[in-house]
Design a protein around this ligand. Structure first.
Ligand code: GDP
Ligand code: IMO
Ligand code: MG
Length: 443
């Protein structure tokens, strides 16, 4: 296929806030129109919920497209894979009648999350939150403790990394783990972990067994994806985490450890970004955040509690209550710019029913009183910004059974219109409930 044939058939779904925008639901919706669904970043820190009738699926590593038996799902090289979690996920899907066989392909170059990564993640978070050395500041990130940061750190360290393909050669794995275990045991002890030193024999045998269980899925996904492109198959990229958690473009250091904006797609899959013409930026009709870090529109009050209650805002992966607040359009406009968003999916609009008034943040006020419409992708700088709000009238009726956008109350339509105006991108999908049917699609 030459460059002129690059149609809009390949689509990326990406979160524009701090995660949990409803990407799983949007991917599920768009899967019907694509052949191959690809995860390109993150790991088991993600929790993507898909509702199929009464059935609720929470996916962490496997692309949400797995619920369609005729699609291929790919865990590409940019993902960090916890083989234990992956096997549990495969087993639990199979137990519910979902086919997981040749339809799941895993990159031999995806890096492995080992048990010591999770221990390191948890130990470092504890040290940082325990105000080490008499410091009064809590410096923890509020990670999911899934070992994501330490696994990506090993990827960058190179010499201490393990990739999925390495699990298939037990002798090499064993040799490698002898050195790694010595280094990691010393590091864990320095972080205050009192467990016995890591045992390379035990780890090598357990992780090579996990590798054997996954062996038929492990392959070179870069050539595989290019072969799919040559065959004219359409690809759907499933972003995990979200743009404001991007390691380079998010609210650093309160971010995750991968490029979770669409900028992570080329490196995380081996496919040039020029293939992707359609980017669905997924956003909530309000804002949430899990873990630490600045959140200018946070409502640590009755409003926030009401949003949490109506939106059932508790983490899919960790169960932590999510921090809730008004919609921050400065942030969404920034993410749409970074991700090259061509259309918005505005999720959980139903949660806002019943408010007399709704507030939309369109600008930030700096400490010197000046106003800007630019986001500040740095935690320290963002924490000094005060939101400038517009107030729009709310709507009283429930909207969860609306069948199309024109059936929404006038004030709900006005709210969506204002989002489009400020972000400068059309709203293509409106979601008014978790079910597949509770979706108003414009295009
Ligand atoms: P993801 O990480 O972006 O895939 O999002 P999560 O699955 O972590 O969180 C989104 C939550 O909102 C899930 O529990 C979904 O079932 C739910 N959800 C998605 N869309 C809607 C909606 O329009 N209305 C309501 N009330 N819930 C929704
Ligand atoms: P999905 O794909 C919400 C947040 C964590 C923490 C920070 C770093 O479901 O939208 P990490 O464990 O990645 O080192 O934690 O990033 N975080 C998420 N928050 N949804 C996610 O994924 C997240 N993935 C990471 O809460 O603040
Ligand atoms: Mg989630």
């Amino acid at each position: 296929m030459n460059a002129d044939n690059r149609t809009e058939q390949h689509t990326a779904v990406v979160g524009l806030q701090w995660g949990d925008e409803g990407k799983g639901k949007v991917v599920d919706l768009l899967t019907a129109r694509h052949d191959v669904i690809v995860r390109y970043n993150g790991g088991a820190n993600a929790g993507h919920t898909v509702m199929v009738g009464e059935e609720r699926y929470a996916l962490h590593l496997i692309p949400s497209g797995i619920l369609y038996s005729d699609k291929v799902c790919v865990i590409a090289n940019g993902v960090v894979v916890d083989p234990q979690v992956l096997i549990e996920e495969i087993d639990s899907l199979r137990a519910r009648g979902v086919e997981v066989a040749d339809n799941l392909r895993i990159s031999d170059r995806a890096h492995v999350v080992m048990p010591y990564h999770k221990e390191h993640d948890a130990a470092l978070e504890s040290v940082l939150s325990n105000r080490v050395g008499g410091e009064s500041e809590d410096l923890s990130i509020g990670t999911t403790r899934r070992g994501i940061g330490p696994a990506y750190a090993d990827k960058v360290h190179r010499s201490t990394a393990i990739r999925m393909g390495d699990l298939l050669d037990v002798n090499r794995l064993h040799r490698h783990l002898r050195v790694i275990c010595a280094i990691r045991s010393a590091e864990l002890a320095a972080l205050g972990v009192t467990a016995p030193p890591l045992d390379p024999d035990d780890l090598a045998s357990r992780y090579s067994a996990l590798g054997q269980r996954l062996a038929t899925h492990i392959t070179d996904t870069v050539y595989l994806l290019h072969d799919y492109l040559s065959e004219g198959r359409s690809i759907l990229f499933e972003g995990a985490n979200a743009c404001l958690l991007d390691i380079d473009h998010g609210t650093y250091p309160y971010v995750t450890s991968s490029n979770c904006s669409t900028l992570g797609i080329p490196a995380g899959t081996g496919l040039p970004g020029s293939w992707i013409r359609r980017v669905v930026g997924t956003m909530k009709a309000y804002s949430t955040r899990v873990g630490a870090g600045p959140f200018p529109t946070e409502q640590d009050n009755e409003t926030g509690l009401r949003i949490r209650d109506r939106g059932n805002e508790y983490g899919t992966t960790t169960g932590r209550p999510r921090r809730c607040g008004w919609l921050d359009l400065v942030a969404v406009r920034y993410s749409a710019m970074i991700c090259g968003v061509t259309g918005l999916a505005c999720m959980l609009l139903d949660v806002l029913s019943g408010f007399d008034e709704l507030r939309l943040c369109t600008h930030y006020r700096r400490a010197d009183g000046s106003v800007t419409d630019r986001f500040v992708p740095d935690a320290e700088g963002l924490s000094r910004m005060t939101p400038v709000y517009e107030t729009l009238p709310g709507w009283s009726q429930e909207i969860d059974d609306a069948s199309d956008r024109s059936a929404l109350p006038a004030n709900a339509r006005r709210y969506l219109d204002r989002i489009e105006e400020v972000v400068g991108v059309p709203v293509e999908i409106v979601s008014v409930g978790p079910e597949r049917t509770q979706t108003l699609v414009e295009v």
